[in-house]
Design a protein around this ligand. Sequence first.
Ligand code: BES
Ligand code: ZN
Length: 461
Amino acid sequence: MSLERILDRIDSDLDPAIARLMELLRIPSISTDRDYKAECQRAADWLVADLASLGVEAEARPTPGHPMVVGHVGEGAPHVLFYGHYDVQPVDPLNLWSREPFDPAIEETADGKVIRGRGSSDDKGQLMTFVEACRAWKAETGEWPCKITFFFEGEEESGSPSLVPFLKENADEFSVPDLALICDTGLFDRDTPAITTMLRGLLGEEVIVTGPKMDLHSGMYGGAAMNPIRALARVIAALHDETGRITVPGFYDGVPEITDEMRAQWDALGFDADAFLGEVGLSQPAGEQGRSALEMVWSRPTCEVNGITGGYTGNGFKTVLPSEARAKISFRLVGTQDPLQIRESFRKMVREMLPEDCDVRFEDHGASPASVMSTADPAFEAAREALSDEWPNDAAFIGSGGSIPIAGYFKSILGLDSLLIGFGREDDLIHSPNEKYDVRSFHKGIRSWARVLDALASVKS
Ligand code: BES
Ligand code: ZN
C-alpha cells in the first residue's frame, strides 16, 4: 500500500528534511521589525525555491508589507489550501537565549532531541511538516495526493495587516478550495494529537495618556500636577472587578457557555491545572472566579496588560513627574464578541475615567473575532482517525487560548472552513527565549500529514 511506502520514505529522509528546516531557521524573518524586511523577502524566496524543488511553481507575491508565497499544484478532490507563516517573533531578551536564536541546532534533552532556534515551532517547523509530507508523497508515487494550494504568510506575528486586502483581491483564486489546513497549533500533550476547534479572537490597543506638557520636578510640582502614570494605573486597576470579571461595558455580549457535549469532551481529557500552572512557577488560576483553568484559557475572554511604560525607567532614581504614560492592552475574545464594539466601549470607558488634565490617544493593534469550527464536515472525523493511527493516544478536539486571525478570515471572506492541526508542545517556548521544536513533533508531524492527506483524499473522492 502506498501510504506505508510514503511513511517509510519520510523515516529514511528525516535527516535531509531537518537540514532543510535548519536553512529556513537561519533566516531571521522577524516581521514586526522593519530592519528585517529584506530577511522576510529572503525567507519567502527560500520557500519559493524549496517548493520549486518539489515541482510546485510558486511565487512570492508582493504586498504593502511582506510577500505572500502562493503555489498551486495537483488535481482531483479534495482541493486543500495549506496555510503556515514564515515570519517569526522578535528574539529579545537575547541574553536569556542559550544559543544564537538564528543559529539553530539539534540538542539532546531529558525528553529527547529538540531543534532549538527562533521559529522552530512557531511556525517554520510546523509549516515544513506539510511540505515534507508532500515531498515524500511526490517522490514515492510520482503524484500529488490531491489538488493543493500552498499559502505562506509573512506577517502573522504582526497582526496580518496585508492579509484581508490580499484575500479580497484574490478571492476568485482562494475561494476555490474545499478546506483550509492550518498548521500553527499544538498537540494536547506529548502523546495526544489534537484538532483545534476553537480559537480566541484578539483586540490590541495601545493607550497613551499625557498630562503636563513636559517632564517636571516631582518635588516642585508633585501634588499639584496630575501624574499620567497615576491616572493610567487607576484605569488599568479598574479593568477587572474583584471576581476577575472584565468591567468594560458590554464586554460579555456574545460570550457563550460551552455546550454540555464540549464540557464532557474537555473533562475527559484529564487536564492537570496544577501541573499547567506549576510548570511556570504558579499555583492559583487568576481568571474569573468559579471557572476552571482550562475554561479560562480555552473558552473565556480576557483582558491583559502586555506592557507599561512611562517616566524614568533607567538606572538609579530620578524624582520626575512624567508627561506621558503608555500601556499596551490586549483582549482575547470568544464566541461572537465584536472586537470593534469592544474597542469603542473600552475607549469610552478610558476617556470617562481620566481626569480633566489628562489627554489620551489610542493606537490600534488589530482586531479579529474568535473562530469556532464546525466539526460536522466528515473531513474532521477522517483527520481525527488518521492522527489517532500515528500517535500513541487518540486525537482530541480541543480549544486554544491563542489566536490565528486567518482562520476567521478564511470563513468570513472565502467561506472556507479550517482544519487546525499542529504538533507544537506547551513547553516549546514559542515567542520566548530558547524556542524549540521536538524532533519527534517534526517527524511524526510529517507522518501525520501524509496520513491526513491520504484520509482526506478517500473522504472526498
Ligand atoms: N501559533 C500562534 C497561535 C497559537 C499559540 C495557537 C498557541 C495555539 C497555541 C500564532 O503564531 C500566534 O502567536 N498568534 C498571535 C496572534 C497574532 C495576531 C499576534 C497570538 O495568539 O498572540
Ligand atoms: Zn506566534
